[in-house]
Design a binder for this molecule. Sequence first.
Ligand SMILES: *Cc1c(COP(=O)(O)O)cnc(C)c1O
Length: 233
Amino acid sequence: MSLEERIQQVNQKIEDACKRSNRQSEHVNVIAVTKYVSLQTTGAVLEQGLEHIGENRWQDAQAKWEALGQKGTWHFIGHLQTNKVKDVIGKFAYIHSLDRLSLAKELDKKAGALGMKVNTFMQVNISGEESKYGLQPEQASSFLKDIQSFNNLNVIGLMTMAPHEEDPEMTRPVFRGLRELRDDLNGQALTAQPLTELSMGMSNDFEVAIEEGATWVRLGSILVGKEEGTRWA
Ligand SMILES: *Cc1c(COP(=O)(O)O)cnc(C)c1O
């Protein structure tokens, strides 16, 4: 299948999931995750009119960003080491993996030095799997209090990763849990603006995530494919 056909197919699935859940598809943003594909394919993705590009390691993203950085909006979706903040700040408009105070401090400091604000999602480990990064749900509210004075961080929502399931329906409680946590945190009014965004859903489970309220889906293999010779393929 060509890239164009895959994009069409994904868009149709998004429309269908929105219909099933009475949502408007304008509220679902697609991030094309390019970690499995080349610089050339990443360029083709942007040419197809997709705006949002997601990468999870700076080492893999660097060449792509240097060639194409101005052509899209870049999302850092992977675990972020504190000593890598200097590499990604100012380049990635969104950081989806805010999961600890030391990282929040460094992002706030480096964004401040550039005179900018960085959009972040607080990553929460809803599934409780030990292999997953993220704050525990019960830590989320005190974390938001701890970072209230960090004026260069725009916390716009929450991010989670569901376990890989053969039957995507099994992921539903994880996505529902993230939405309920967001609503609960908004009830506590811990952030200057309400948390509106939910970054959840990948190739195998994005339709369920949309039905549960995802506003950003992160799609790699189903959308842009996987190519030999990349780190993750
Ligand atoms: C790789 C990755 C994705 C995309 O994975 P696919 O299953 O290929 O869609 C999404 N989110 C994160 C955090 C990733 O690392």
